[in-house]
Design a protein around this ligand. Structure first.
Ligand code: PLP
Length: 352
């Protein structure tokens, strides 16, 4: 630490991202898609677009907000885009919960929520999950605090139903409910249509997982025009050009290519179900994950040891050294081939 860091940030514990590597490994540790992005993305990143990089990007993000609005049947003024959905979450938690405001989230969930609460001075309540790792919706009904929930939750992959989400949103009319739908494309019940009915709901999504564009850094939030206006006010006070021209073009092309992504997402879901069955047959306990990852615990080897052994075989998975989940691994669903290599490696390790 230098002598210059503000006292406010001395004790900050930053988010730890999953490792990125250059050597050839099977990378099942950060929930990226194993498939390349839509070919339409390549087509729009033309020389003509590159030649125009001397100009600032469009701070209103008109092209991208319209493309997203069209997909979800809302108007562009209900769409806010960020440099990844982390950016959207940061603006929302800063703006609606910051400087002494109150927020609650599940105790086991996306690791960034407590980090944002910390940096923005938010009073955070972390609500325990049930013993089976599911979220008890009753804990959030009439909570009278802002709420952020990942649905499907991470790293468990478990979901809340549409009705449960609606009850949470309807019973907290004076607080913002953020539903983080980063993994919703992989088969949950989205609450997106509720943004037209409730003015206290912000639904966030990302191109990183379902749209094979983690490296592009684009995410978005959909909510009432008033919420989006507030987010824009914050954005224009901080970083008006939060998306670059290439990201805007690429993301707009990707979101319109439903045919390509429906196929890739369907493949990932089939592979997920197959891998979960195989793991259960070899004595693993797995949650019924509805995301592009599996949450699994072996009865033969600790999660920590298994992660280390897999690593020796060139397979990266995510281990969380955290109470209650420290005997589970979060394993991203890769291609069918990659998952077969994983299953074989696990057999070698546990039967050795
Ligand atoms: C990956 C993830 C995000 C952030 O994704 P971006 O790459 O920043 O768009 C947000 N929420 C959850 C639950 C995630 O797993």
């Amino acid at each position: 630490m230098s002598r210059f860091l503000s006292k406010n940030y001395e004790k900050l514990v930053p988010y730890t991202p999953g490792e990125q590597v250059n050597v050839k490994v099977i990378k099942l540790n950060t929930n990226e898609s194993p498939f390349p992005p839509s070919p339409k993305v390549k087509e729009v990143l033309s020389e003509e677009v590159i030649d125009k990089l001397n100009l600032y990007s469009d701070p209103e993000l008109k092209e991208l907000r319209s493309a997203i609005a069209e997909q979800f049947g809302v108007t562009p003024d209900m769409v806010f885009c960020g440099n990844g959905s982390d950016d959207v979450l940061a603006f929302a938690i800063m703006g609606f919960c910051g400087a002494g405001g109150k927020l609650c989230c599940p105790e086991i969930s996306y690791g960034f929520y407590p980090v944002y609460a910390d940096i923005f001075g938010v009073e955070l309540e972390q609500i325990p999950l049930k013993d089976d790792f599911s979220i008890d919706a009753n804990n959030y009904i009439g909570k009278n605090k802002n709420i952020v929930i990942a649905n499907p939750n991470a790293p468990t992959g478990l979901t809340l139903t549409f009705d449960e989400v609606e009850k949470i949103v309807a019973s907290n009319p004076d607080n913002l409910v953020i539903m983080d739908e980063a993994y919703m494309a992989f088969c949950g019940e989205s609450c997106m249509e509720l943004v037209k009915k409730y003015d206290n709901l912000l639904v966030t999504r990302t191109f990183s997982k379902s749209h094979s564009l983690a490296g592009l850094r684009v995410g978005f939030g959909i909510g009432s025009k008033e919420i989006i206006d507030d987010l824009n006010k914050l954005k224009y006070s901080f970083n008006p050009y939060n998306l670059n021209t290439l990201s805007i073009k690429a993301a707009a092309a990707a979101i319109a290519d439903n045919e390509y992504y429906d196929d890739k997402i369907a493949k990932i879901v089939v592979t997920r179900e197959k891998t979960i069955s195989q793991l259960r047959e070899s004595g693993f306990v797995c949650t019924d994950s509805k995301a592009n990852f599996i949450f699994a615990s072996s009865n033969k080897i600790t999660a920590c040891d298994l992660a280390a052994e897999l690593r020796k075989k060139g397979i990266l998975v995510r281990y969380f050294n955290k109470a209650k989940i420290d005997n589970y691994l979060r394993i991203t669903v890769g291609t069918d081939e990659e998952m077969q290599t994983l299953i074989n490696a696990i057999k070698e390790i546990t039967e050795a």
